[in-house]
Structures are given as structure tokens and as C-alpha cells.
Design a protein around this ligand. Sequence first.
Ligand code: ATP
Ligand code: MG
Length: 564
Amino acid sequence: MPRPDELPTATNFVRELVIADNESGTFGGRVQTRFPPEPNGYLHIGHAKAITVDFGIAAEFDGVCNLRFDDTNPDTEDTSYVDGIIADLAWLGFPIEGEPLYASDYFEQLYDWAELLITKGLAYVDEQDGETISAQRGGYGNAGIESPHRSRPVDENLDLFRKMRAGEFGEGSAVLRAKIDMQHENMQLRDPVMYRIRGVHHHRTGALWNIYPTYDWAHGQSDAIEGVTHSLCTLEFDSHRALYDWYLAQLPLPFEAPRQTEFARLELTHTVTSKRRLAKLVEDGTVDGWDDPRMPTLRGLRRRGYPASAIREFCNFIGVSRTNSRHQIELLESFVRTELNRTALRRMAVLRPLKVVVTDWPTDAAGEPVVEMVELANNPENPDDGTRMVPFSGVFHIEQDDFMAEPPPKYFRLSPGREVRLRGAYFVTATGFDTDGDGNVVEVQVVHDPETRGGNAPDGRKVKSTMHWVSAAHAVDATVALYDRLFSAEIPGEATGEAFDDLNADSREVLTGAKLEPALADARPGQVVQFERLGYFAVDTDGPALFHRTVGLRDEWANIQKRS
Ligand code: ATP
Ligand code: MG
């Protein structure tokens, strides 16, 4: 089974298209793309795919990729999202140079072009309400109904449109519509709305505008203003392409109009990638915020310990196609694990501690238990990372489930009479244990074999288990958060149509009593380490009093591949 990062890079039809354009001389060999987020939420894993495509294509062909905020909808947009998106982009490995671009910077030009369309008899003011307009559009196989205002004279349209801009009409009392074809088989071309009246504050233009362009009217025109050649977007905009082209065809562009190309959205199992839904998780308090480690947002994944490089490699690996599909989240995790296996330092941590006493442990002249330092590799995958010294003494912690008073067959960890290896330290054999009133084991007694110092027996005898441990006197206390899927269903909402019905009520388990080896007190915020035998854990942004489990050690994607 090849590791995912050893498989050949998937095909990318967008790349092939650009190569063909360059060969035929379309756009004069120029390549310019843009990434156009709406600043109404933070970036998520789906955006990471769009970013790697948009920026990747530009980089590969010595072109430019603009970050353009598509800020045409003042209701839900906010400057904090603008700053957050810029920061997240930089973290992912795509820092922008200079200032970002904004569709709102083009409002004046868009307005002028709208007047041009009116003058050409290609746009009109409709004073019907939204419901009526939408009902008159008809449906597939249902004829559309022309608005009674459709044939207004140009002058009247111009006058009304200027009054809309001047704020003389109330919200919802009029819209500007393109005059295309109410019988067109593509609904997008049945006289789409270009402007609506909104009396709200815009995060950049303030109270300057009373009318705002729709996405469709703003998007292609913004592309043209910037000189974009390849406007790459997701498949749901497929039916908008005809409108994109129609608008551009009406304008006096002195160059080749940009061309829209759609590719499949990235969807993951057990995950939702819709900003509306992600915002609701935050609003409802289902998660702690946009950067909750369970969120598929870039800031959530970062806090969880996902390396940006692993996300980029995953996006490159899945490639770009025109077929919608859902990838297994285990595949993404596999990239994360592969990267962390290379880079994460190994450390010992006990999440659910059980006290173990070495009854034959020596004491020093002052009667204190001897403390020995054992040397352990920081990362066996990378000898350059060196070693560290870890204190071992007469009392230490192991995981509660690493001891069983009455072990079933094939349980090879510690149990009465059983000898095991403590990683890097000694062979120990359990001699007894104490229980509390409920029968829970609260302490285990062991004896050690002084000949096995370093964790190997000179007589060559073997043990079936090597366990991690943390010296009780030297342990650092921490809280560790374990995570499970935020949505228990592979396809959230598949059964009921509502993704939130599949929320996993047990997606987080917080363990407050974890015991860590002393070196972990120096772990940096954001650093990811491997807790031996347990998985990869990220230091919280506030420091090593809190760790988040990034991924476990087992490659579940490989298991899935084997089963299928
Ligand atoms: P959402 O449905 O999450 O609100 P959106 O498309 O409205 O997504 P935008 O901020 O408008 O979000 O998206 C910016 C760019 O990212 C667009 O080009 C969009 O096509 C792309 N994008 C958004 N979601 C995905 C996804 N899941 N996979 C790939 N590209 C995506
Ligand atoms: Mg959008």
C-alpha cells in the first residue's frame, strides 16, 4: 500500500486548459486568477482547495493571483473576517503582497456600466416586489412572465435608477434588472437582478451607497477590471457562466474578456463546509468559536495541530476535476500524520494516570528515592533531533488501561506477575495492587530488575509490552482535549436532510488530570508533539497547560483502503 504522499499527483484539468490557452495565444499568454472570498466568515478546508487551485495555477504559469473580497452583500460582512482571511491565507502558505482588492472598490465603475446597459436598452428598473419577480421567473419548462415595467423608455429608467442611488426609494421598492430573455431555458438569464436597494452600513463604503450590485453583476466585471484571464470557481456557478459571458459581452472591453471555469467543490466525510452552517455552530455555542479544534476552518485545523503543508499536499493530491465527490476525512488525516511523523518530537504523557510504586527502589544517603535520568530519542525518524534526558524514580504514572488485575487472554500489558518494559528505563513486574471502595485499582506495586537499566535485559529475555510512563515527582500537570467527529454521519444530513441532526454530542472529551514528562513544560504554543503510544497533540495557543489531540497514530485511511 503506497502512502498517499507517494501516489502520483492527480490530474488537474484547469492546468491543461491554461496550457491550451497559452499555446493558442488566447490572453496573449497571460495568466491571472483571483481568490474571491465573501468576508462573511472565516476560511474552511474547502477554501483551501480553491486557494491551492487559484494561487497554484498562477504560480505555475508565472501569473498573478489576486485576493479579492467579494463584499457586495453588506448585511453579513465584517472587517474582522477580512483580517482573519488575510491571516489564514498567510498561514496556509499564500501570503499576499500589499493590499487586498475589494469588489466594493469597483462600485462606481459598476454603476457606470449599469447606466451604459440602461442606455443600450439592456436594463430596466422594476418596481415589483421580490416575491412577484421571483414568481414571474417561472421554472424549468414553465414560461416566464414579463414585468409590466420591462419596456420603460431609457430616460425613465435612467431617472429611476439615479433616484435609487440617491436614496429616494425605500428598501425593496425597486430593483435594476438586465433585460435578456424571460423565456430563456437558463433561469439565470430571465432578466436577473443587477441592483437592490439596501439601507445598511457597508464595512468599507459606509453609508455611501443605497444600492448594492448582485454577485453576478459584480463578479465578472470585477474580473475584467483587474485583468483576470481565468476566473476559477466551483461547479454551482456552472449555470451562471452564460450570464457572466452575457454581461461582459455588453461592455466596451479593450481586451479579451475573462473566462469562467468551474471545478468540483471539496467535500469531506463527517464535515460540513458551508459558512452559513459553520457560523450557526458558533452562534449556537455547539463549538467554542471559529477556531474550535473541531471546526474544519483553517483556524480550527491550525489550533488542532494540522500543519499547513499537510493541507496543501492533500489539496494537490486530490486534484481538480469537474465531478463532485466527497473525500474521506481519514485521507486528510493521513497526510497530517505522515507530516507529523517526520517533524513531531516524541514525548511521554499519561492521560488517565494510575500510580505505580517500585517497592525495591533505592534511596540515597538522605533517605530520598534515587532519581535516574534516562536518555530517549526526540524523534527516531530524524536523528538530527537528538535526545533528551527524562527523570525516572520510585513512583510513576501509567495509563489506567495499561494495568488489569484480571487480564483476559492476550492482554500483555501490566498485570499481577507480568513483566513489562518501561520505555528507556527498566523491566518491572507487578507484585500487588490496591483498590478503592468501588473496586477500582488506585495503586500498583512493582519490583524492578536493576540489570535492565535502559530498558534491555542483558540475558536477552523478551517482554511483550513496552509502556510509557511519567515520573510522579517530576510530572507536569495538563489538561488534554480528545476529539471525535463533529458529525457522526459520513454525510451529515443524508438521512434527514438536516446536517445538524447528525451532530455528535460526544465530539470532545476533556481530561483534566494528565501527567506530562517535564520537557513538555517548555513546549511552544502551536507546537505539535507525539505522545508516545497515544497520538499527536498540539499545544494550545495559550501554552502547554492545554493540549489538543490532532490525530491518532493508526492510519485509518490505509485500513479503509484495505477493506474496500
Ligand atoms: P460557503 O458555501 O462556505 O459560504 P462560498 O462559495 O459562499 O462558500 P466564498 O467566500 O464565496 O464562499 O468562496 C470563495 C471561493 O472559494 C469561491 O471561489 C468558492 O467557489 C470557493 N469555495 C468555497 N467553498 C468551497 C469548497 N467546499 N471547495 C472548493 N472551493 C470552495
Ligand atoms: Mg459565496
